[in-house]
Design a protein around this ligand. Structure first.
Ligand code: PMV
Length: 323
């Protein structure tokens, strides 16, 4: 039995530069390939968890609205099993990922839930164990346990699949500019998209091999303080992921006409000597990786073409922590 103590955690979302795209185990959420991301400062989730033996069911509130609790309950069952407790829990979450941002909130959501729920259940997990727990909610969440640059090693089972931090080169003041192209709910979730490419794309094994090479090459670029190569590899890796979607059966794409327009603008800026590179996740919004010194020029160009309110700027953010 544990006391009904409330723990509150904050976790920041992350943007993948080498993408996780495809699972080898859907239940344990083990990825086909390792990935690398940047945790972001301005976008985060705060979650409070209280296990209370007086509760007859789990309860989940997001931004003060009562939600369907099934996914959260499935996750809490994993925590209860680890802690050997039966009590139900109440979970209150607030998303500080702007609802219009189209930035993945599942990463920050499950990283915050993993930290708050494990503490509230009386568990003292080290960081790799916490990362493994967050992974069970949403793969990308295992990277949000850490700040800055983070690698998720694919591993081969539950014990070996977790994230760890990667050293940020001293001269890298990385920023990410998100251009909001659409906030419509995506028709193909990342879960569905991944499953379809794994099962039907004739190029899937090439993606896994190519991502392994991209990861080695991007880490070499980091070790050599080479932002240009770092950006080029990120952009190419994202394009390979989107090409994979177009090679699936039935084929699909998250890109919208405005995504292409924004990508062309970034390519044009590069011709003018500005070192900036795009990446896109399971949606049409374009995220541009650049150095701090170039943020205002890029924001100005995007604001003129798409409107100031569609442009958000973030930089490297901290690890998940209790508050
Ligand atoms: O963790 P999920 O299920 O939200 O999947 C994330 C997939 C991508 O955002 C496209 C890539 C990644 O590595 O974050």
């Amino acid at each position: 039995m544990i006391n009904a103590t409330t723990y509150t955690a904050r976790a920041h979302t992350n943007i993948a530069l080498i993408k996780y795209w495809g699972k080898k185990d859907e239940d344990l959420i083990l990825p086909m390939n390792s990935s690398l991301s940047l945790t972001l400062d301005h976008f985060y989730t705060e979650t409070s968890v209280t296990f209370d033996e007086k509760l007859s069911d789990d309860l989940f509130f997001l931004d003060n609205q009562k939600q369907d609790v099934s996914n959260v309950s499935t996750f809490l069952d994993i925590v209860r099993k680890k802690a050997n407790i039966q009590s139900k829990a109440q979970v209150y979450s607030t998303n500080y990922v702007p609802s219009t941002a189209g930035l993945a909130s599942s990463a920050s959501a499950y990283a915050a839930l993993a930290l708050a729920a494990s503490k509230a259940a009386g568990l003292e997990l080290d960081k790799p164990s916490l990362s493994r727990l967050a992974r069970r909610g949403s793969g990308s969440a295992c990277r949000s346990i850490y700040g800055g640059l983070v690698e998720w090693q694919a591993g081969f089972d539950d014990e070996t699949s977790f994230a760890y931090p990667i050293k940020m080169p001293n001269n890298f003041e990385i920023c990410m500019i998100a251009l909001i192209i659409s906030t419509n709910h995506k028709k193909i979730s990342s879960r569905m998209g991944m499953k379809r490419v794994v099962e039907t794309s004739p190029y899937y094994s090439n993606w896994v091999e190519s991502s392994k090479k991209d990861l080695l090459a991007i880490k070499k670029a980091l070790a050599e303080n080479d932002f240009k190569t770092f950006g080029e590899i990120s952009e190419e890796n994202a394009m390979k992921m989107h090409a994979l979607n177009m090679s699936a059966h039935p084929h699909f794409s998250y890109l919208e006409p405005d995504s292409i327009k924004a990508m062309k603008i970034v390519e044009g800026l590069r011709l003018q000597g500005i070192s900036c590179y795009y990446t896109l996740d399971a949606g049409p919004n374009v995220k541009v990786i650049c150095l701090k010194k170039d943020v205002s020029s890029i924001v100005n160009i995007f604001s003129n073409s798409f409107g100031h309110e569609k442009v958000l700027v973030a930089s490297s953010g901290p690890a998940a922590h209790l508050i």
